[in-house]
Ligand binder design. Structure first.
Ligand SMILES: Cc1cc2nc3c(=O)[nH]c(=O)nc-3n(C[C@H](O)[C@H](O)[C@H](O)COP(=O)(O)OP(=O)(O)OC[C@H]3O[C@@H](n4cnc5c(N)ncnc54)[C@H](O)[C@@H]3O)c2cc1C
Ligand code: FES
Ligand code: FES
Length: 1311
């Protein structure tokens, strides 16, 4: 029996008996077909990198159904007779790219490109759906939703949404963002369904047949009877236990990941059973087959003729479950079983409990039974052989209601989750159904709550009873809420316990209060549509430098043909590695073994420090004279430390074996680990900071303090970490080569140092090591130091086993081993005048560097560099790099600088609060003059005309209508109780340094050009700028055809034997440095070629010139090393942002209504690239300031180690109105063609969102002070980072609803 499927129109046939039924579609596509556009990023349904279009043909209806699915969760066997279309199936470099690929390119919507194939398929599916809809229209609203649930860590989403919107029928071309297609006024062609890709090839239609259930491990019964007999046979076999797994969409394995690894004797596919796939409308209810997907349930509910309101609201809530590519395969029954059996925090269960749903269960012993959903949830876990057949939801019309016709049915659902549009589990969800008489009297109601740290969704019957027959008054509300508080109580150990508890009264209040006021006073803001504007100046002076050229290779990235390390075909005999890491902060390693002392499937060996060759050293990081161990030797120094690499025949076997590894530890007799910076200081466990890296104090703070009118003394701030969340996790492939040499393909930012680390570990000369890096799927600093142990471990394993070894670190391991930003504790004292002018700032900063130093020595100067953005009068500090038994911290985009900015803003806010002055006034008064700037930044301040910040501050005030909006916000806050707004304007200064960078430019005989640079393409557009620079400099030859030179240029992968001294890619200046190096090379070529032009006496074409040069043996390859030389290596970058936010006081949700950015890029080398960097960095900063909770336990074990718990920004969390202007600040003689950096500085501008949120919270607290009087909260408060929903709500008052009602009752009684 065969499994037949089509992939991009190509037929694939597999013998069913040879397929492991637990194989996912992604594994098959990536490892057994040439199609690599499907990317693995999370493996748990949380990112969309693996999205494919699945098409099924119905031979009876003769129609094709197309929908997206996450291939990392879909089982291969379940797609028998299906057709799969991946991004390269839409279009590619050979057959021509699809218009979607071209739009992603033209809208500058692909940076590292790792997310782009998944985005392209999601968009394609949405467009396809629109062609099948009755209106045949693809609207702007649909465009916004097309990719919700797909994560991108680089772009900040705005250009992606614009690319999607460009297909919308109702888009105004003027509203589309910066793109390379058309001048304003033109229009872009719409999606043409006629030319659409054939998603289901004809040949497959003829092959569709049942594969039955014979003796295979995978069975697909077609009827309930077949299923019953199959299960009966399995159960009867109880002596020889047959483990059975019932499979619908298999998406539950995204959450219960152990399930992925488990192997069953039988996999029973339920999705082919007709009875379970139907939605049937009965006279008093709708019956939904258990395997109906959530998407289809939504569609069916929207079509219902009866109970329209209720079904419409159920459908709207279901649209917030997961992402579309999960809802398309995840079934309603699967969801409820997860809720019942494993206590999954389901939305489905809660809303269906409120809607009065019941369930039909079939068990082998008891036959078919119907129970209410509540009974089902409360019952014992469903037996593995029991089946949920269908779910019934009653029609709630008047036959159901208990009173006469003047009653009305109300239904509402609620959820509080980190992402408004879904793709995030709820902190709490709720649904309320009420029958109401005379608009105010509750006849009866059903109140359901779930996901708050309860085993399953519950009904609050006591409150329901209390409310029935009541007229809703403030007192009734108060009593109902008090009663509720006693019932909705999360289990001990639930995260954000108090916050979750506080949501229930909030939601009930919202619901009931609407009865009282006949309108929803606290209805949360409907997510406004996204819009944006971009202003850039295209400068032709150095053409093609300065052009908004599209990103080099963007179409290849979109089609998925761009090759990342894990896309390189596996060499013969390749093995796969997975890391075993420490789970103890400080312990002696006694030994390592596998569970049950048996070697897991496919394992070839475990590589540890013992396998480092005798001639080599156990080093996993080497930078100058600093080294760090590769594998823990005798002791582990922190949780997450690498102990070994288990090597197996497949990546899945290696990953699975790593989870089965048991390390025996001993802690007896050891000093307790150091787990905080305070302990580190107490024990003098500190890293030395070299004096030349230690920043300099400014002025005399004792004097400054004595001049102050006011002082705030020893105030404390704590800042946590942030994880990189590059979409491509750490990966390397090591291939042993002849003569004891080795080639390592590494996804890294600093190949030069990976090179020396590999050589040192193997004990071989550096000329026997070659590191190749073509492109990196996002780095953000995480692939600097942290890529080294990955590459080195593969190299050590390959050397030991003399076979190629590759590893693609899974997301969880990556999160645990890579770490992120440096947490720190800051204590400060600040002195200031009554005007708000600050006279002195003294700081003590304790940085948690972790167990090893890494590049942490850069932190002190970075923190202070950004913090000096204000004129503090005098500044002194004591900064300690603490050595703890916690994960070593890495340098993440804007390392230290972002913390420095936050510290500065927290101090400014504190000063403003203590003087009761506007924060904006305090910021303005403490902005630098050029003189104070020069005092604080010395040479880096540059010339007076280069200091643009103070004029930018004013310009931004005007362009963002700051003052006007401040007063609008004030009015809004005056007239709204449950929503508060805040607005903030924040400046940044960001020093960067230039580094030595090499380049080589070679011209080939056909006139094409190859460029090599030290910098790595991480998505930041380095290759694009380099191409433009080569085009510009060679263009100075002014021969015919030089205008098109850019098209002849190819930038090739970095190869450490070809291009030495590559240095590192980081610090925002590598693009500039690489451009400068290429410019030097091109100038050399120009010098060599000029005499030929002069000799030719007349115009000569480029190709002719090159032919002559070849004939005359002119050296057409030039290499050079750019060194910053006499120009100051450091310069300052400036930006200003204004953000306006709205906070929902019931949930703590913050919506960024608008952000305006003004950023000085000097003369931008490529405004499109710089715009992308600005927006992308800002949104990453938004994640740091507002969303990303990096939580560890007291010993440093990461608790937020997956896409389920670690929430980076999504489309629905970015500013709804996002305006960016790039300031062209003219000539900067000492910069590379007057350019400035854009990669990291704009990240700091996201502080404006945090500051605006603090303003909104302050308004909430002012209001609470009125309600609570003396017991109210202080207005001197600090808003922590990230200002997540629980944090914001806590500061706004967890008991805000109770306080309001309390106050109302007092006010009423005083009349
Ligand atoms: C990334 C992601 C985000 C999510 N977010 C949310 C969310 O916000 N809110 C929410 O409510 N849910 C959420 N979910 C859960 C999602 O709704 C479920 O994973 C999905 O509905 C399960 O359906 P399935 O068909 O894939 O089930 P499967 O994974 O196939 O099955 C789940 C379990 O039920 C068993 N089973 C399946 N069908 C039957 C049946 N008919 N009879 C007996 N046993 C059966 C299976 O053996 C398995 O044990 C999310 C899921 C993912 C992956
Ligand atoms: S890899 Fe499949 S959703 Fe992330
Ligand atoms: S471009 Fe989206 S993750 Fe890099």
């Amino acid at each position: 029996m065969s499994l037949v499927l089509a992939i991009n129109g190509q037929r694939f046939e597999l013998e069913l008996s040879s397929v492991d039924p637990s194989t996912t579609l992604l594994e098959f596509l990536r490892y057994q077909t040439p199609f690599k556009s499907v990317k693995l990023s999370c493996g748990e349904g949380g990112c969309g990198a693996c999205v494919v279009l699945l098409s099924r043909y119905d031979p009876i209806l003769k129609n094709v159904e197309d929908f997206t699915a996450s291939s990392c969760l879909t089982l291969l066997c379940s797609v028998n007779h299906c057709s799969i279309t991946t991004s390269e199936g839409l279009g590619n470099s050979r057959d021509g790219f699809h218009s979607i690929h071209n739009r992603f390119t033209g809208f500058h919507a692909s940076q590292c490109g790792f997310c782009t194939p998944g985005m392209s398929v999601s968009l394609f599916s949405a467009l396809l759906d629109s062609t099948k809809s009755s209106s045949q229209e693809f609207t702007v609203l649909e465009a916004e939703k097309a990719v919700s649930g797909n994560l991108c860590r680089c772009t900040g989403y705005r250009p992606i949404i614009d690319a999607c919107k460009s297909f919308a029928s109702n888009v105004d071309i003027e509203d589309l963002g910066f793109n390379s297609f058309c001048k304003k006024g033109d229009s872009l062609p719409r999606f043409d369904s006629e030319k659409r890709v054939c998603t289901f090839p004809e040949f497959l239609k003829d092959e569709i047949k049942c594969i039955g259930f014979g003796s295979y491990k995978w069975c697909s019964p077609e009827s309930v009877e077949e299923l019953q007999s199959l299960l009966g046979a399995c159960k009867a076999n109880s002596d020889d236990v047959v483990s059975v797994k019932l499979v619908a969409g298999n998406t539950s394995t995204g959450y219960y990941k152990d399930e992925k690894e488990r192997s069953y004797d039988k996999y029973v596919d339920l999705t082919r059973i007709a009875e379970m796939r139907e939605v049937r409308e009965r006279h008093d209810r709708v019956e939904i087959g258990a395997v109906v997907t959530i998407s289809k349930v939504i569609a069916a509910l929207k079509e219902m003729r009866l109970s329209k309101m209720l079904f419409g609201k159920l459908a709207a809530h279901m649209e917030k479950i997961a992402a579309r590519f999960i809802r398309n395969i995840g079934s309603i029954g699967g969801n409820l079983i997860m809720a019942q059996r494993q206590h999954f925090p389901s939305d489905m269960a809660t809303i269906l409990v409120a809607a009065g749903a019941s369930i039909n269960i079939m068990s082998l012993s008891r036959g078919i039974e119907k129970v209410t959903l509540e009974e089902f949830l409360q019952g014992p876990p469903l037996d593995a052989y029991d089946l949920v057949l269908s779910i019934e939801i009653p029609f709630w019309h008047h036959e159901h209601s208990s009173s006469g016709t003047n009653s009305e049915l109300l239904f509402e659902t609620y959820r509080a989750a980190p992402r408004p549009q879904g793709s995030a589990l709820a902190y709490l969800n709720a649904a309320f159904l009420a029958e109401v008489k005379d608009t105010k009297v509750i006849i009866n109601c059903r109140l359901a709550f779930g996901a708050f740290g309860t085993k399953h969704a519950i009904r609050c019957k006591e409150v329901e009873e209390f409310l029935s027959g009541k007229v809703i008054t403030d007192n009734v509300l108060y009593e109902a809420i008090t009663l509720l508080g006693k019932i909705v109580r999360p289990q001990d150990g639930t995260s954000n316990l108090a916050y979750r508890s506080s949501l229930a009264p909030g939601f009930l209040f919202k619901f009931l209060h609407s009865l009282k006021t006949e309108k929803q006073p606290s209805s949360h803001l409907d997510q406004p549509m996204l819009s944006s504007s971009q202003r850039v100046l295209i400068d032709k002076e150095f053409y093609p430098v300065g052009e908004a050229a599209t990103k080099s290779g963007a179409s290849l990235q979109a089609s998925g043909e761009a090759v990342y390390v894990d896309d390189i075909p596996a060499p013969t005999n390749c093995l796969y590695g997975a890391f075993i890491y420490s789970t103890k902060p400080f312990a002696k390693i006694k030994g390592m073994r596998f569970k049950e002392n048996s070697v897991p499937d496919g394992v070839v060996g475990v590589i540890s420090c013992k396998d480092v060759p005798k001639s080599g050293n156990n080093v996993g990081f080497k930078f100058s004279s600093f080294t760090e161990p590769l594998f823990a030797d005798e002791f582990t120094l922190h949780v997450g430390q690498c102990i070994g690499l288990v090597v197996a025949d497949t990546q899945r076997h290696a990953d699975s074996a790593a989870t089965l590894a048991v390390v025996d530890y001993e802690t007896d007799g050891l000093e307790p680990p150091i787990l905080s910076v305070d302990e580190a200081v107490k024990k003098s466990s500190l890293f030395e900071v070299y004096p030349f890296l230690y920043p300099q104090q400014v002025g005399d703070t004792s004097k400054g303090m004595s001049e102050a009118d006011h002082r705030i003394l020893s105030s404390e701030i704590r800042i946590g970490s942030q994880y990189f969340f590059y979409m491509e996790t750490q990966t390397a492939l090591a291939v042993p080569d002849e003569d004891n040499s080795i080639v390592v393909y590494s996804s890294c930012q600093i190949p030069q140092y990976v090179h020396s680390t590999v050589a040192a570990s193997l004990g071989i000369p550096e000329n026997k090591v070659r590191i190749i890096t073509r492109r990196v799927g996002g780095g953000f600093g995480g692939k600097a130091v942290r890529s080294m142990p990955v590459a080195t471990a593969c190299a050590v394993a390959a050397n030991k086993l003399q076979r190629p070894v590759r590893t693609y670190v899974n997301r969880k391991t990556d999160m645990i081993m890579t770490g992120g930003r440096h947490p720190m504790k800051i204590t400060y004292s600040v002195g200031f005048k009554s005007t708000g002018k600050i006279t002195a700032l003294e700081l003590e900063i304790l940085i948690d560097a972790g167990a090893t130093l890494g590049l942490s020595m850069l932190m002190p100067s970075n923190i202070i560099g950004a913090l000096k953005k204000y004129n503090w009068g005098a500044l002194s500090f004591d900064i300690k790099l603490c050595k703890t038994n916690l994960l070593s911290k890495a340098i993440m985009r804007a390392p230290g600088d972002v913390q420095g900015t936050y510290i500065a803003e927290a101090i400014i806010e504190n000063v403003a609060s203590s003087l009761s002055l506007e924060v904006d006034t305090i910021r303005k008064i403490n902005l630098h003059t050029y003189e104070s700037l020069a005092l604080f930044y010395k040479d880096a301040a540059g010339e007076p005309h280069e200091y643009t910040l103070s004029s930018m501050w004013d310009k931004m005030g005007v362009s963002s209508k700051f003052e006007e909006r401040v007063s609008t916000v004030r009015d809004f806050n005056g007239s709204n109780i449950w929503r508060k707004r805040g607005i903030s304007r924040v400046p940044i200064i960001y020093p960067v340094s230039m580094f030595a960078t090499p380049g080589r430019v070679s011209v080939l005989s056909d006139g094409t050009i190859v460029v090599e640079v030290g910098g790595i393409e991480l998505g930041q557009g380095l290759w694009t700028k380099v191409k433009q620079m080569a085009g510009y400099t060679l263009g100075l030859l002014q021969c015919d055809g030089t205008e098109e030179l850019v098209d002849k240029i190819r930038v090739v992968q970095s190869d450490t034997l070809s291009m030495v001294q590559g240095n590192f890619t980081g610090g925002s200046t590598t693009s500039e440095g690489s451009c400068a190096a290429v410019r030097l090379c091109c100038e050399t070529l120009v010098k060599r070629l000029k005499p030929l032009i002069e000799k030719s006496g007349g115009p000569i074409s480029w190709n002719n010139l090159i032919s002559q040069a070849y004939a005359q043996s002119v050296n057409l390859s030039a290499s050079d090393l750019y060194t910053p030389g006499e120009t100051p290596t450091r310069y300052l970058n400036y930006g200003v942002a204004v953000s306006e936010v709205e906070v929902d006081l019931v949930t703590g949700k913050t919506t960024v209504l608008q952000t305006d950015i003004l950023y000085d890029s000097g003369k931008s080398l490529n405004p499109a690239v710089d715009l992308g960097q600005i927006e992308g960095a800002f949104v990453q900063g938004l994640g740091f300031f507002m969303l990303e909770e990096y939580i560890t336990d007291s010993e440093g074990r990461l608790l937020t180690d997956s896409t389920w718990t670690y929430k980076i920004p999504t489309v629905d969390t970015i500013p709804r109105q996002f305006n960016v202007e790039i300031l062209n600040s003219g000539c900067h003689e000492k910069r590379v063609l007057s350019s400035k950096a854009s990669g990291e500085p704009p990240l700091l501008l996201a502080a404006s969102v945090h500051c605006a949120t603090r303003e909104a919270v302050k308004e909430a607290r002012k209001q609470l002070r009125i309600w609570k009087g003396e017991d109210g909260p202080s207005l001197m408060f600090q808003l922590p980072v990230p200002a997540s929903m629980p944090v914001v709500k806590e500061l706004c008052g967890l008991d805000i609803v109770e306080s309001y009602l309390d106050w109302k009752s007092q006010v009423n009684s005083s009349f």
